[in-house]
Design a protein around this ligand. Structure first.
Ligand SMILES: NC(=O)c1ccc[n+]([C@@H]2O[C@H](COP(=O)([O-])OP(=O)(O)OC[C@H]3O[C@@H](n4cnc5c(N)ncnc54)[C@H](OP(=O)(O)O)[C@@H]3O)[C@@H](O)[C@H]2O)c1
Length: 307
């Protein structure tokens, strides 16, 4: 019997780079510019090397930014990108050419983590997708396999399909933050723990709300302004949690976004992927690695979600 190829061990914190290429959602100024370069440099300076991108972010622009910056830095990065099995692309067959195009934009011969971006199985079954993933692992184009937005049931199916090809699934990337607790209720977090799959938490700052930037009446550029969590009602409902994070941060003399990130880091097997649009944001986010949240403070945030 052949041995199982283990899951890739991921760093404790990453950087999300959706806003590094997508101006439609994040507004003008989001694509590669001084803020992006500074965010990249500050992340590396603070020892954060995991960068999460996707072929769809700005139609390849985010991957290109990461590729140019990575090559220029000469540093070894931990690169994660994603394949979107969009309708009409040809299903799992489209995975390898999509990966080759991502590798070209990222300027690397292989990625550390390749993820199925969404669970849309009309054209590609989980078995076929995991089969295509196993093929590109065998070709040494990919080190670890991940999924994203998979339910607990889909995650178990992907884990089993990949295990049949002798590979342990590395991660499931889902929206998870102190305000948005679905993974705690829908079985995803428990399934990740049980299977040894890292839960990559996207939107860990609820797109800036948990950094305290946005209150009712906030004016935002791009489609982010239309997101359900940026309505005045949603922003109003978020303010008690924002106040709690702010209080906990003041008691500890740290920025409140670090409290939000360290609440996630305190959960076993959870790795937050905060987006950063400036050097200052990236440095403050990376500062979360310098300390841990005590159990009592974590429990106060936990209780808020159940109240
Ligand atoms: N798999 C998926 O389907 C999926 C979906 C969404 C995201 N993702 C991934 O997850 C990553 C993170 O998610 P996200 O970018 O949507 O949300 P996020 O990380 O919760 O929020 C990022 C935004 O918050 C603000 N911010 C970040 N750090 C800050 C700080 N220290 N102080 C103040 N504001 C700060 C910035 O926006 P402003 O400065 O404009 O306020 C930044 O663009 C993405 O980049 C992407 O890689 C994946």
């Amino acid at each position: 019997m052949t041995s199982m190829r283990p899951a890739v061990r991921l760093p404790a914190l990453g950087v999300g780079t959706w806003a590094w290429g997508d101006t439609a959602y994040w507004g003008p100024g989001a694509a590669a510019g001084a803020g992006v370069v500074d965010a990249f440099v500050a992340s590396l300076a603070a020892g954060v090397r995991l960068f999460d991108t996707a072929e769809v972010y700005g139609h390849g622009a985010s991957e290109k930014s990461v590729g140019v910056l990575g090559e220029r830095s000469g540093e070894a990065l931990v690169l994660a990108t994603k394949f979107a099995p969009l309708r009409g692309r040809g299903g799992a067959r489209a995975l390898r050419p999509a990966l080759k195009a991502s590798l070209a934009r990222l300027r690397v011969p292989r990625v550390d983590l390749y993820q199925v971006h969404w669970a849309d199985f009309e054209e590609a079954s989980i078995d076929d997708l995991m089969g295509a993933m196993a093929d590109v692992v065998a070709e040494d184009l990919v080190a670890g396999v991940g999924v994203s937005n998979f339910s607990a049931h889909e995650l178990r199916a992907a884990h089993a399909a990949l295990a049949r090809r002798g590979i342990a699934l590395t991660s499931n990337q889902v929206r998870y933050n102190a305000l948005h607790r679905d993974p705690e209720r829908d079985g995803v977090r428990d399934a990740c723990l049980e299977l040894g799959v890292t839960l990559l938490a996207y939107g860990p700052l609820e797109q800036g709300i948990l950094a305290g930037t946005y209150a009712p009446g906030a004016v935002l550029a791009g489609r982010r302004a239309q997101a359900a969590w940026f309505t005045d009602d949603a922003l109003r409902a978020a303010q008690p949690l924002v106040a709690l994070l702010r209080d906990l941060a003041a008691e500890r003399g740290v920025p409140m976004e670090q409290v939000a990130l360290n609440w996630l880091r305190a959960k076993p097997g959870v790795v937050p992927l905060p987006g950063a649009r400036s050097g200052a944001q990236a440095a403050r986010n990376a500062g979360a690695l310098a300390w841990t949240l005590d159990a009592e403070a974590a429990a106060r945030i936990d209780r808020w979600g159940r109240g």
